[in-house]
Design a protein around this ligand. Structure first.
Ligand SMILES: [Ca+2]
Length: 375
C-alpha cells in the first residue's frame, strides 16, 4: 500500500502514480456503509446573499452568463458533513465566512472537447498528459513508469474499503484529452462532453488563449450558489426535487465494476448542459467533472480568513499551497464534484465543499470553465 489518504478523490499527484503504477494495492473488502443522517436543524451559520444590482454591461460574450457579484456566506457546514458516509470530508470548507466578489462573466458550461480542439488547432498546444515525464522531474519513479499518460477511473472487480484511491484510479499510458478512456478511445460522439485529462497549466493556457482566466474559488462558489444563501446544493436543499436528479453524480455501489447504475440518466461522464441550469444560468456546477479554480489549496484557508474577520474582498487564495496529507505536492483547489461523487464517499456535489489536486495531475473526471471581467 503506497499510502493511505482517507476521504479524497484523486488528491494525490503524478509523482505517486508514476512511482507506484505497477504495484496497485490489493483490494480490501469494504466495511458496511453507515447510514447517514439528514441536515441538522441547528441555527444556520449562513448570512444572506447580497448580490450586486449591476446589470450586465454589454451583450454576453458567446457561451457566458453574467454573475453580478456581491457579498455572501462561503463554505459548507455540519449539515453538509452529515450527508457524507465518510467523516471529515467537508471540514476544510469550515468555518462559514463572509466574502465579497466583483461582478464577472462565466462560461455557462464546462469547456467541451470541441472547444478545446479549436484551441489546440489554433495554437498547437500540447497538454501535460501528452508529454513524457522525465527522470529529473520524478527521480523516485522507476524508468519504465515514465510514460505519457493520465489517471483513469478503473472500477474494482469487488467492493473495496474506500481508504485508498489507488484502488480505483489507474495511471494509463496514452490517456489524454483526445483519448479519455486510454489509447483505444477517441472523441467520437463526445464533442459536447467536457474536456478531461487537463492539468492546471493546460486549463490556464486555454483560458489565456480565449481572453479569459480561471475563476477564483470565491467567484466559483458565489456563482454556483446562484444568489441563494446557505443551500446544500446549487438548486436548493433537496437532492432530487420532485424526484428528479439535478446533476450527473453516481448511484450504486462505489467503485465497483457495474456499480454505476446511471439512475440519473448517465453512467460515467455526460455531455454538458443535460441538467437544469442554476439561477445564474450555469450548468453542471455540481457533478459531471471537477473544475480547476485558481486558488492554491490549504485546508485552513477559511480559518485564516475567518481569523482576519470582516468580509474578505475578492480573496485569491493563500500564497502557497499546503496539504498535510501530502505536504510535498503543490495543489490547487477543485470545485463541483464529478460523475463519481456519491454519498458513500465524497458527496462533493454539495455546493460549498472543496476538492484539491496536484497541479500536473489530470484525470478523466477533471475539467474546467473560465471567467472574464465585466467590461
Ligand atoms: Ca451518473
Amino acid at each position: 500500500m503506497p499510502r493511505v489518504v482517507a476521504a479524497v478523490v484523486l488528491a494525490g499527484g503524478l509523482a505517486g502514480y508514476l512511482k507506484f503504477r505497477t504495484s496497485p494495492a490489493a483490494p480490501v473488502v469494504a466495511e458496511s456503509i453507515q447510514t447517514v443522517a439528514g441536515p441538522t436543524t441547528a441555527a444556520s451559520p449562513f448570512g444572506p446573499t447580497l448580490a450586486n444590482k449591476i446589470p450586465a454591461p454589454s451583450p454576453a460574450p458567446e457561451g457566458m452568463v453574467w454573475i453580478p457579484g456581491g457579498e455572501f456566506s462561503m463554505g459548507s457546514d455540519a449539515a453538509s458533513e452529515s450527508l457524507c458516509g465518510l467523516p471529515g470530508v467537508t471540514r476544510d470548507a469550515l468555518p462559514i465566512h463572509r466574502v465579497y466578489v466583483d461582478a464577472f462573466w462565466m462560461d455557462a458550461t464546462e469547456v467541451t472537447n470541441e472547444q478545446f480542439e479549436k484551441f489546440v488547432k489554433a495554437t498547437g498546444y500540447v497538454t501535460i498528459a501528452e508529454v513524457k515525464p522525465t527522470k529529473e522531474e520524478f527521480p523516485t519513479a522507476p524508468p519504465e513508469n515514465l510514460v505519457a499518460g493520465s489517471a483513469v477511473f478503473t472500477p474494482t472487480p469487488q467492493p473495496v474499503a474506500l481508504n485508498s484511491y489507488f484502488q480505483w484510479w489507474s495511471y494509463v499510458a496514452g490517456a489524454d484529452w483526445r483519448h479519455p478512456g486510454g489509447p483505444g478511445s477517441d472523441l467520437k460522439r463526445r464533442e459536447k462532453h467536457p474536456v478531461v485529462h487537463i492539468a492546471y497549466d493546460d486549463a490556464a493556457a486555454y483560458a489565456k488563449w480565449a481572453g479569459k482566466r480561471l475563476p477564483t474559488e470565491a467567484e466559483w462558489e458565489f456563482a454556483a450558489r446562484g444568489g441563494v444563501a446557505g443551500k446544500l446544493y446549487a438548486w436548493g436543499d433537496e437532492l432530487k426535487p420532485g424526484g428528479k436528479f439535478q446533476a450527473n453524480i453516481y448511484q450504486g455501489r462505489f467503485p465497483v465494476e457495474g456499480g454505476d447504475t446511471g439512475e440519473d440518466g448517465f453512467k460515467g461522464i455526460a455531455p454538458v448542459a443535460e441538467y437544469p441550469a442554476n439561477a445564474y444560468g450555469l450548468y453542471d456546477v455540481a457533478g459531471n467533472v471537477w473544475e480547476w479554480v485558481s486558488d492554491w489549496y490549504r485546508p485552513d484557508t477559511y480559518e485564516r480568513l475567518d481569523r482576519v474577520g470582516g468580509v474578505a474582498r475578492n480573496p485569491q487564495g493563500p500564497e502557497t499551497p499546503y496539504d498535510p496529507s501530502e505536504p510535498t505536492e503543490k495543489k490547487r483547489v477543485h470545485r463541483g464534484g464529478s460523475f463519481l461523487c456519491t454519498d458513500q464517499y465524497c458527496t462533493r456535489y454539495l455546493v460549498g465543499t472543496r476538492g484539491k489536486g496536484e497541479v500536473r495531475t489530470a484525470s478523466n473526471h477533471l475539467g474546467f470553465r473560465c471567467v472574464k471581467a465585466g467590461e
